[in-house]
Design a protein around this ligand. Structure first.
Ligand code: NAD
Length: 482
């Protein structure tokens, strides 16, 4: 396999990949390194509606051949993509770190997960067997198969630019669909790197297309286009709702993975040191910019003060600095909007009477960047910082009278993505697992402990629609006279 570095292939300007070729766009933008605002990562191109349509047309034209292709061919292509990503994970990790400010270890973990995800779907491509059913009347053979849908639109956020794209693109291609991929505008270099790797896997032209640009133009065009059979979206509730309405209006299939306001419960029997570590990783890892971040720390009154004291001491030892610097625990926020959003919530928290224990201020480092000292509040359940997704390094601690109260507070949210609990009680852990209203429960682990091969559900405002084969394929039953 060709192992030349990606950099020349994804050198600025980062371009669209449409119908097997690289294309410039109608307008351009610049991706900036949030650890060093004086370092542009590169220029990128933006598509208009015409170019988005061209990508959809190319995917549509490629569908027949790809949907009928041998499963082994799809498996081989996905395996090659996965292998290439894993071989290049250092390079990809640096790109993620430069483009959105994840620390190198965080970025490395993401690049690895993305590569492994493609390999997982390589295997999945071979599992599309039909399922036989015994006929109730006799003299008939029945089988149920799943067929690909057609062109699928994939719209992703900036917060995990390779891992989320890998899960959606891998699934779409494995089941025989063609892809029009629209990444977040903030991550064009990561998207171009991914497209560059996919472009070398020998897929027929048009099977995979990358179109960059704004959500309002490119994303909305994908959601409304009559030739797009299904849309898989990850991002905010606000934009997910727009996509849902556009897709539903034309009866297209849609699947949404959205925000969270995840609780992390610490009971009085918990190992406090372990609880503090899990809380720090869950709340402040990736600077709190994960859908699975736990920003509501619900702590039994019996251990409230020792937990808060230990957490404050732990936060004081964290290093916030350049994402590429060795020893950095927390990188900068990914962009100016995230910075402002975090400061807005720090102000809102204070205005509503929550007690700011530490952090929430801008930090100066050797390079100009979006650095923020992790913020810790003690608050009330009805404070906005305890109810709304901040998507930044801000957590609020809420006292709980007992386990039942803690469970009530955990579920008292519009969201339902994940929930964590720290306890030594198997009974309570099992009860919490059963009664937490969310798609992912962690026990004595950070809420962000997601692995690539296990399904993540989601309830309430956090998710809509299936994420498994049922979403990427359509069922067909066949009856044969025997
Ligand atoms: P966002 O909603 O601003 O953007 C997500 C994507 O949607 C981008 O590609 C954007 O360009 C596009 N978009 C915007 N408006 C659109 C429209 N009208 N039509 C079609 N597409 C449109 O979200 P973001 O700021 O990029 O990401 C942060 C959000 O994503 C947070 O809420 C976070 O919780 C969520 N998220 C969820 C998961 C999950 O697995 N549930 C994972 C990561 C991030």
């Amino acid at each position: 396999m060709n192992r030349d570095p990606l950099v020349p292939l994804v050198s600025s300007p980062f371009r669209h990949y449409i119908n097997g070729g690289w294309e410039t766009g109608a307008t351009t933008g610049v991706s900036i390194n949030p650890s060093d605002l004086d370092e542009p990562v590169g220029e990128y191109v933006r598509a208009d509606a015409r170019q988005t349509d061209a990508a959809i047309d190319a995917a549509s034209a490629a569908f027949r051949e790809w949907s009928l292709s041998a499963p082994q061919r799809r498996a081989d292509a996905l395996d090659a993509i996965g292998n290439d990503m894993l071989a290049r994970r250092d390079e990809l990790a640096r790109l993620i770190a430069r483009e959105i400010g994840k620390t190198l270890p965080e970025a490395h973990a993401e690049a690895t997960r993305a590569g492994q995800t493609f390999k997982l779907f390589a295997a999945e491509a071979l599992r599309g067997a039909s399922e036989p059913f015994a006929s109730a009347r006799g003299g008939v053979e029945i089988d149920a198969t799943r067929e690909p849908l057609g062109v699928v639109g994939i719209i992703t956020p900036w917060s995990a630019p390779l891992a989320i794209a890998a899960a959606k693109i891998g699934a779409a291609l494995a089941y025989g669909n063609c892809v029009v991929y629209k990444p977040a505008e903030a991550t064009p270099a990561c998207a171009a790197a991914l497209a560059s790797i996919v472009s070398r896997a020998g897929l027929p032209a048009g099977v995979f297309n990358l179109v960059m640009g704004s959500g309002r133009q490119v994303g909305a065009r994908i959601a409304t286009h009559p030739q797009v059979a299904a849309v898989s979206f990850t991002g905010s509730v606000e934009n997910g709702t727009r996509v849902l309405q556009a897709a539903a209006a034309r009866q297209a299939r849609v699947q949404l993975e959205m925000g969270g306001k995840n609780p992390f419960v610490v009971l009085d029997d918990a190992d406090l040191d372990a609880a503090v570590e899990a809380a720090v990783t869950g709340a402040y890892g990736a600077a709190g910019q994960r859908a699975t971040s736990a920003s509501r720390l619900i702590v039994s009154r019996a251990v409230f003060q020792p937990f808060v004291d230990a957490l404050q001491a732990r936060l004081a030892r964290l290093t916030v600095d350049h994402a590429l610097k060795h020893g950095t625990d927390i990188g900068p926020l990914a962009n100016a909007m995230q910075l402002e959003r975090t400061f807005d919530y720090v102000r809102v928290g204070q205005q509503e009477g929550a007690q700011l224990l530490r952090g929430g201020v801008a930090l100066e480092r050797a390079t100009r960047g979006y650095y923020v000292e992790p913020a810790l509040f003690v608050g009330e359940p009805d404070h906005r910082i305890a109810r709304e997704e901040v998507f930044g390094p801000l957590a609020v601690v809420l006292p709980a009278d007992d386990y039942d109260h803690a469970l009530h507070l955990a579920n008292d949210t519009a969201y339902g993505l994940c929930a964590g609990i720290c306890t030594r009680s198997l009974v309570r852990a099992r009860h919490f697992r059963r009664h937490a209203q969310c798609g992912l429960v962690t026990i004595n682990l950070p809420t962000s402990a997601v692995e690539h091969h296990a399904p993540v559900g989601g309830r309430k405002a956090s998710a809509y629609g299936a994420t498994d084969a049922a979403f990427w394929t359509t069922a067909k039953a066949a009856y044969f006279a025997s």
